[in-house]
Design a protein around this ligand. Structure first.
Ligand SMILES: C[S@@+](CC[C@H](N)C(=O)[O-])C[C@H]1O[C@@H](n2cnc3c(N)ncnc32)[C@H](O)[C@@H]1O
Length: 225
C-alpha cells in the first residue's frame, strides 16, 4: 500500500481504487486536474505517487451549504496550502482558489493564457461540489480537457501493460485521459439531487465516448475514447 493519507474517506474510499487502477497507468499520466482539494489528500497522493509534471488544483474553500461552517473550510485551505507548498515551489503544482465554474469559464474565455488545452489532460478527479448540476458541469467540462485515445505507431513490446487497447486488424491504441468521480452514487442531500444525477446522466449521454474502468459505490473511473 502507498503511504496512508489523512482522512478516512480518501484512505478507505479512494486510495484502494487508485492503487488498483491509477497506479498501473502511471506512465500515461503527466497532467492532473483536481476539482475539490479539501485538505489536500488526493492531490498529495497524486504528487507523491505519480510522475505528474503539472497538477492543477482547484478549490474556493467557501461554505456553500450548512453541512460545514466556514472555519472548517479555512482550516482545510490552510492545511492544503502548507502541504502543497513544496510542490508549488518546484513547479509541479498550481493552486487556484476559485470554483470549478470560474476555472473552466476562464479556460474558455482566456484561451491565449490558458495552459490546459482541450484534448490534452491525462487525469481529472471530480470531487468538488457534489450537487447534481455542478457535478454534471464539471464532468462535461473535464471531458473536453481530457485527451482522447491515441493510435500507436508500432506494436507495443509489452502487450500486457495497463492502458493498452488492441483494436481490429492488429492496431494498437493507448487509453484516453482518465476521469474519476467521487461519491458517484450519492442520491440526495437535503432534498437536492446530488452526484448520481450527473453520473447516471453522463453515462447515458456520453455512451460510446468513454470506457468504464471501475464502478464502485463511491468512485467511478472511466477513460475517454
Ligand atoms: C470532499 S472535499 C475534497 C477532498 C479531496 N479531493 C481529497 O480527497 O482529499 C470537497 C471540496 O470541494 C470543494 N468545492 C466545493 N464546491 C466546489 C466547486 N464548485 N469547485 C471546486 N471545488 C469545490 C470544497 O471547498 C471542498 O474542499
Amino acid at each position: 500500500m502507498t503511504k496512508p493519507y489523512e482522512t478516512r474517506w480518501f484512505e478507505e474510499d479512494a486510495q484502494p481504487i487508485w492503487e488498483q487502477h491509477i497506479l498501473p497507468r502511471k506512465d500515461l499520466i503527466n497532467t492532473y486536474l483536481e476539482i475539490g482539494c479539501g485538505g489536500g489528500d488526493s492531490a498529495c497522493w497524486v504528487l507523491d505517487n505519480l510522475a505528474v509534471e503539472k497538477a492543477y488544483v482547484v478549490d474556493p474553500w467557501v461554505k456553500v451549504s450548512d453541512q460545514h461552517d466556514q472555519t472548517t473550510y479555512d482550516a482545510a485551505r490552510d492545511k492544503a496550502k502548507e502541504r502543497l507548498q513544496p510542490y508549488i515551489k518546484d513547479g509541479r503544482a498550481a493552486l487556484y482558489q476559485i470554483s470549478s465554474r470560474e476555472f473552466f469559464g476562464r479556460s474558455s474565455s482566456e484561451l491565449n493564457h490558458w495552459d490546459i488545452a482541450d484534448g490534452t489532460l491525462d487525469f481529472c478527479y471530480v470531487d468538488g461540489s457534489h450537487t447534481g448540476w455542478d457535478t454534471m458541469f464539471d464532468m462535461a467540462n473535464a471531458f473536453y480537457k481530457l485527451r482522447p485515445q491515441r493510435r500507436l505507431k508500432e506494436e507495443p513490446e509489452d502487450q500486457t501493460r495497463p492502458g493498452l487497447i488492441q483494436g481490429s486488424k492488429g492496431k494498437w491504441y493507448e487509453e484516453g485521459g482518465i476521469m474519476v468521480v467521487d461519491d458517484q452514487n450519492r442520491i440526495h442531500h437535503k432534498q437536492q439531487a446530488e452526484t448520481r444525477l450527473a453520473t447516471y446522466g453522463y453515462l447515458v449521454a456520453y455512451t460510446g465516448r468513454y470506457q468504464m474502468v471501475a464502478w464502485s459505490n463511491r468512485q467511478l473511473v472511466l477513460t475517454k475514447v
